[in-house]
Design a protein around this ligand. Structure first.
Ligand code: ATP
Ligand code: MG
Length: 570
């Protein structure tokens, strides 16, 4: 492609709202333009990068035996009523009516539609197993669309759904997808980990997330130093703590004035105890109802664990103002005794002895608080987030925490959807059985953003070769000179004849701005017809990643570059 003819509006300006580097660079590099909150147009370069991901995903899905289909993006509400998700899904589901007042939604995911296909088209065990996938635009009315392509409202997803006759078959289908995903992200040239994950709204018994490791990731992973255990902190289980000893020596509850002491550390300091001796009480809204969550003062509440313990669809922490409005309770002095709202406690809290907790009265805390004796939570269990000083739940080894971007998610769904929607097939015994299902998603557009989060420097993007919209950029630094044009044209044509994706910077621009744009766009190899050509009739090849430059004779340069690009495993 000739740069002079390409819609490639690079800019020095970074939108104020672009908090993360991929968002900034995608806008500055002219890859995307915002239409409205969470919705973007892919300009030519953005579309090419997206298509690189699509190509790899499609090849590996086909290689794994999945079959590509395309389902409608608009889905009838009736199907969602059948699955039970019309009520459950919440405000992320964009709902609307047609001219006959019938309910519809924009597809955030396609379990309902594909299950409807299965119950109509798959009658016999002989047609199974089968895995159907599509690559399609999804819509989720995210509460906080942000970070450009990372969390859009409209985004590109690959979603696949497997149907099996029994559990063993479903496990095999899951394993095939786990391996396909591993190949996909390796082929994209990304550093990633597969981790154990919570099953979320889609529901199901078992799941893994594929995480691209990057500091800006919205997810936190816990990774064991000694065994293969790796999990999302939302999921990482914590074993119940040991029983405490005899309780004969416990103190009585005593109310103590603690004016102005609202933080756990201040309270601990005042009572000359460690933070682990304080009960921390936080107020959340769980499906619209205020709930108090209790953890030890040195721990954090894990909201997904809380959601699961309560069987809620959504939990959200409330700030001081919101707590006051809803409950008239004084944040900073909250405690589990006499709260008057539902209480969920971490298992560790239930083992505390003579703890300090808020008195639910402004300026007062209580000492000698003993769970079980002085208060009884409505629910107790594993509520807190795992921390770096915890031990591995599998082998007891040391743990590390890392940030990650979720680019893929695979679930074993079991019969959740097939039972709700009466999707059955005839087994070899003649009986009607529900399909055992699995579902498998990849955030295709998020992969582009994640690749940039992981691969960039101060000058711009450093695309992994397999995802680069162009593999090579040819710079003609003297486009007014006929000889230069002839040489650069020749290289451009030769490189393309070798099957490479080439951007030809034939613009009449200063060399400095051509170099800057080439760096910004992150094209892996830069071939310059400039000073070296003038002096010795040779061209300069530079690697965007390493910055190393080499000088090549005209008749050798092209084959050499083709060799470099092909080194990438397919
Ligand atoms: P998240 O926790 O990030 O919201 P999710 O668990 O809701 O993700 P899934 O329902 O598993 O996501 O969707 C499959 C994949 O689609 C995710 O792994 C992710 O890569 C991608 N994805 C989900 N939501 C978005 C979004 N708002 N923008 C871009 N990609 C997304
Ligand atoms: Mg989500």
């Amino acid at each position: 492609m000739r740069y002079s003819q390409l819609l490639l509006p690079t800019t020095k300006e970074t939108p104020a709202e672009a908090e993360v580097v991929s968002h900034q660079l995608l806008v500055r590099g002219g890859f995307i333009r915002k239409l409205t909150s969470g919705m973007y147009t892919y300009l030519p370069l953005g579309f090419l990068a997206l298509q690189k991901v699509v190509g790899i995903v499609r090849e590996e899905m086909n290689r794994a035996g999945a079959q590509e289909i395309l389902m409608p993006m608009v889905q009838p509400g009736d199907l969602w009523q059948e699955s039970g998700r019309w009520k459950k899904y919440g405000p992320e589901l964009l709902r609307f009516q047609d001219r006959h007042d019938r309910d519809y939604c924009l597809g955030p995911t396609h379990e309902e539609v594909v299950t409807d296909i299965a119950r109509r088209e798959l009658q016999s065990y002989r047609q199974l197993p089968i895995n159907l996938y599509q690559i399609q635009t999804k819509f989720r009315d995210e509460i906080r669309p942000r970070f450009g392509l990372m969390r859009g409202r409209e985004f590109m997803m690959k979603d696949a759904y497997s149907f099996d006759v029994d559990d063993a078959g479903a496990n095999r289908s899951y394993e095939i997808m786990r391996q396909a995903y591993t190949r996909i992200f390796a082929r994209c040239g990304l550093e990633f980990r597969a981790v154990e994950a919570d099953s979320g709204t889609i529901g199901g018994s078992y799941s893994h997330e594929f995480m691209v490791l990057a500091e800006t990731g919205e997810d936190t992973l816990v990774i064991c130093d000694t065994c293969p255990y790796a999990a999302n902190v939302e999921k990482a289980a914590i074993a119940p703590p040991d029983e405490t000893g005899a309780d004969s020596m416990r103190s009585e509850v005593r109310k103590v004035a603690t004016p102005g002491l609202k933080q756990v550390d201040k309270v601990a300091e005042f009572f000359k105890i460690s933070q682990s001796g304080v009960i921390k009480t936080m107020i959340y809204l769980a499906d619209g109802e205020p709930v108090a969550a209790l953890v030890r003062g040195d721990r954090e509440v894990q909201p997904v664990k809380m959601k699961n313990l309560l069987g809620a669809n959504e939990v959200e922490v409330l700030d001081e103002e919101q707590v006051w409005q809803r409950t008239r309770l004084p944040v900073g002095y909250l405690g589990p005794m006499g709260l008057g709202i539902k209480v969920v406690a971490d298992q560790e809290v239930m083992r505390m002895v003579d703890a300090v907790a808020g008195a639910n009265e402004k300026g007062f805390h209580c000492t000698g608080v003993n769970p079980g004796r002085d208060f009884q939570p409505d629910v107790a269990g594993d509520l807190r987030q795992i921390a770096a000083d915890d031990r591995c739940p599998v082998c007891g080894g040391g743990l590390r925490l890392k940030e990650g971007i979720e680019v893929g998610h695979i679930f074993k769904l079991g019969t959740n959807y097939s039972e709700a929607m009466h999707a059955t097939f005839q087994g070899s015994d003649g009986q009607q059985n529900p399909f055992i299902m699995g579902c498998y998603g990849i955030g295709v557009s998020r992969v582009v953003a994640a690749a940039i989060e992981q691969n960039h420097d101060a000058k711009g993007i450093i695309f992994p070769v397999p995802l680069a919209p162009f593999q090579v950029i040819v710079l003609n630094l003297n486009p007014k000179d006929e000889t230069f044009c002839r040489v650069a044209d020749g290289l451009y044509n030769d490189l393309r004849a070798h099957g490479l994706d080439v951007l030809y910077d034939d613009r009449d621009e200063r060399p400095g701005s051509k170099f800057n744009d080439a760096d910004l766009l992150g094209i892996p190899y830069r071939l310059t017809v400039g000073k070296t050509y003038e002096k010795e009739g040779k061209v300069e090849l530079r690697s965007r990643r390493t910055g190393a430059t080499e000088v090549w004779a005209l008749d050798e340069a092209v084959a050499h570059i083709a060799g470099l690009v092909r080194q990438v495993p397919a």
